[in-house]
Design a protein around this ligand. Structure first.
Ligand SMILES: Cc1cc2nc3c(=O)[nH]c(=O)nc-3n(C[C@H](O)[C@H](O)[C@H](O)COP(=O)(O)OP(=O)(O)OC[C@H]3O[C@@H](n4cnc5c(N)ncnc54)[C@H](O)[C@@H]3O)c2cc1C
Ligand SMILES: C[S@@+](CC[C@H](N)C(=O)[O-])C[C@H]1O[C@@H](n2cnc3c(N)ncnc32)[C@H](O)[C@@H]1O
Length: 605
């Protein structure tokens, strides 16, 4: 349930829970600029920095975020990437967000973009991405203290914006302010509108030098400070290193995983060379003609379910900003038939709630934010991003350390390339380069073909269950359809098998008998084709992102083991890898990020 907002007659939003208003009657934006941006010396402080990281307590209607984003857009010396991390226990409904923005026409465009991504805000982290991934908003939905504990990075600016300390003590308690101070480095500036004595004292005790500053009417004062502890700060473990001058990175593999990594790194200023043994992009498993993008749902909201939601959000943003809807992908929604009849979802999920998957009827789940995607189109779009070059026919057989970085070697023993860092994203063919990782081939076959557009008995909505059916995908030769898939562990055989075709047809007959009938002639006249690919899976079926062998080969990382969900995981894994390299806020809470990390397997061994 979204947090109810009480709109006063003068248009000011008020919280009944905290008996306080969200922002003042007049000049909310000027307030935000004066107290928070001005309080942290912005925009001047971020001039020409590669990235700027802001942590805020209390997202509310996001006015601080919107004014910061607006200032970033207007500044020709803006950092390449702006990270805004904000914690909010009680997110408001989208309608209220939109209503609040009406009062600020100068922010209308940004507020509309925010509202468009304001969905599915279940407890946890949500990475919203704007301006082609250069403005990244991480919404941490939950109580302030656990949300602060679930992440670790060095912030450049800290905004404290709870309701008043009297009505909202949890946001200003000594424990909360201590937890906030863990994000400060010497020089980090902090700003807030309250000058309450207890807040000033707690900040001072945690290493901030604070002073009262002239406030913005009707407030007389506000508070500004800087982290300058008189003692040496002891941290639990080293903080992530921030790379300020990205170099040259070689990415092995021009499939979904490699192309996504290339785009994430290029956006952060890396010069990226993608190497692929094939003579074109998306030649491996990513050559799949069309794939499903749909979340995993479980009654206990298991780890995989949470990971797939985060992954779909990341992919969705890429699809919306890079591809043409209706041609390269479609937000059709997906209907999932549960063969065991279990359509339970976590308690409280409903079509009216913040989730986007819910029981559709007695035997099916409806996934609203789901659809079909052409993997090849997404790979091509990622590889077209500035800063990326691609070399085909370049098979990598080894990496060696060189004086000035790392060298990639071809089958003849010659040097293909030298780079500062390498990311291995070679799917199952890349497994030979990563013997330390437990990667398993899983062969899969699908059947596909073309039908006359709008063919009556083929559903426009993709179906998932025991097998899947995607139909009505617009294509030059009519409407593309695809159904499958088989799973054969430890097989890399790319030859189609008649037995698999029969198995896929039998599955389709159970999933959608009318479609099976409609497609029978395509199988009879030979126009249906089989496509075979080999998935790359890890031992626990989750992707692997992290260093390959930290000690033996520093600088070589992997993003692989996408299994049967490359469309769901490639973009998320790429952003996670880039965030690790740059000491950025992670797109996932720490335990979920760990669940994807190579070190979960290598350290255990
Ligand atoms: C039958 C089937 C159905 C599927 N359906 C779906 C679906 O509906 N939805 C979904 O999300 N996912 C689906 N998948 C999974 C999806 O296709 C994969 O997860 C995804 O394509 C993997 O991408 P990747 O980049 O990791 O690997 P790949 O696409 O295999 O790319 C690896 C690339 O690395 C290159 N390479 C490897 N080794 C080297 C080397 N040493 N030197 C140079 N280049 C190298 C290869 O040439 C290749 O181009 C399906 C897979 C199969 C097989
Ligand atoms: C004054 S409003 C924030 C205004 C916001 N920064 C803006 O720019 O619109 C304070 C916010 O803190 C949130 N909040 C209050 N207590 C919280 C807690 N314990 N944990 C997380 N968020 C909390 C409230 O729900 C509210 O949205």
């Amino acid at each position: 349930m979204a947090e109810p907002v009480h709109w006063r007659a003068d248009g000011v939003p008020r919280s009944a829970r905290f008996d306080d208003i969200y922002h003042t009657e007049t000049g909310a934006l000027a307030q935000s600029r004066h107290v928070f941006l001005g309080g942290c010396g912005l925009p001047a402080a971020w001039a020409d920095r590669p990235q700027w990281l802001i942590l805020e307590t209390g997202f509310g209607f996001g006015l601080n975020f919107l004014t910061t984003w607006q200032a970033w857009r207007a500044d020709e010396h803006r950092p390449r990437l702006l990270h805004f991390v904000s914690i909010e226990a009680y997110p408001v409904a989208r309608e209220d967000l939109v209503r609040a923005a009406v009062a600020h026409p100068e922010l209308a465009e940004l507020a509309a973009a925010l509202a468009a991504q304001w969905h599915g805000l279940l407890p946890g982290f949500h990475r919203l991405s704007f301006d082609d991934g250069r403005v990244l908003l991480t919404l941490c939905i939950g109580d302030v203290q656990p949300m602060l504990r679930a992440q670790r990075f060095e912030a450049d600016s800290l905004f404290l914006d709870g309701f008043s300390p009297q009505s909202n003590p949890a946001m200003w308690s000594p424990e909360t302010l201590k937890a906030v101070s863990r994000f400060a480095r010497p020089g980090t500036r902090i700003a807030t509108w309250t000058i309450a004595r207890a807040v000033r004292d707690a900040l001072a005790q945690n290493g901030f030098q604070v002073e009262k500053h002239k406030g913005f009417p009707p407030k007389r004062d506000c508070l500004r400070g800087v982290f300058a502890p008189a003692w040496t700060v002891r941290r639990r473990g080293p903080l992530p290193v921030r790379i300020d001058t990205p170099g040259h990175c070689a990415v092995v593999g021009a499939g979904l995983a490699g192309a996504a990594v290339a785009a994430s790194l290029a956006r952060r200023g890396w010069r990226v060379t993608v190497l692929d043994a094939a003579d074109h992009a998306a030649a491996g498993a990513s050559a799949l003609p069309v794939g499903l993008l749909a979340p995993h749902v479980s009654p206990d909201d298991a780890l995989l379910s949470r990971l797939t939601r985060a992954g779909i959000r990341a992919t969705w943003q890429a699809l919306e900003s890079l591809l043409e809807e209706g041609r390269d992908w479609a937000a059709t929604g997906v209907r999932e038939l549960r063969t065991d009849g279990d359509v339970r979802v976590p308690p409280g999920w409903s079509p009216e709630g913040p989730n986007e998957s819910f029981p559709a009827d007695g035997a099916a789940l409806w996934h609203a934010r789901a659809g079909w995607v052409r993997p090849g189109a997404l790979v091509q779009a990622w590889l077209r991003q500035p800063g990326i070059s691609v070399r085909y026919g370049a098979r990598v057989t080894a990496f060696v350390r060189a004086d000035a970085g790392l060298r990639l070697i071809d089958p003849a023993g010659a040097t293909l390339l030298e780079a500062d860092r390498i990311v291995l994203a070679g799917g199952i063919d890349g497994a030979a380069l990563a013997p330390a990782l437990p990667l398993q081939p899983v062969r899969g076959q699908v059947e596909w073909g073309h039908a006359a557009r709008g063919a009556a008995r083929l559903p426009a909505i993709p179906l998932n269950g025991d097998g899947h059916l995607i139909a009505q995908v617009p294509d030059a030769d009519g409407a593309l359809w695809l159904t499958g898939a088989t799973f054969d562990r430890d097989s890399r055989d790319l030859a189609p098998r008649a037995a698999d075709t029969a198995a896929n047809r039998a599955r389709l007959a159970r999933l959608h008998p009318a479609a099976a009938d409609a497609l029978a002639s395509a199988f009879a006249d030979g126009s249906a084709q089989s496509w075979v690919g080999v998935r790359c899976a890890s031992a626990d079926r989750r992707p692997l992102v992290g260093p390959l062998e930290e000690a033996a080969m520093p600088g070589v990382w992997v993003s692989t083991a996408m299994g049967s969900r490359g469309l769901t995981f490639a973009a998320l894994c790429a952003e996670l890898l880039a965030a690790h390299w740059h000491g950025e806020p992670l797109p996932l809470p720490a335990p979920l990020a760990h669940a994807l990390d190579t070190r979960r397997l290598t350290r255990r061994r």
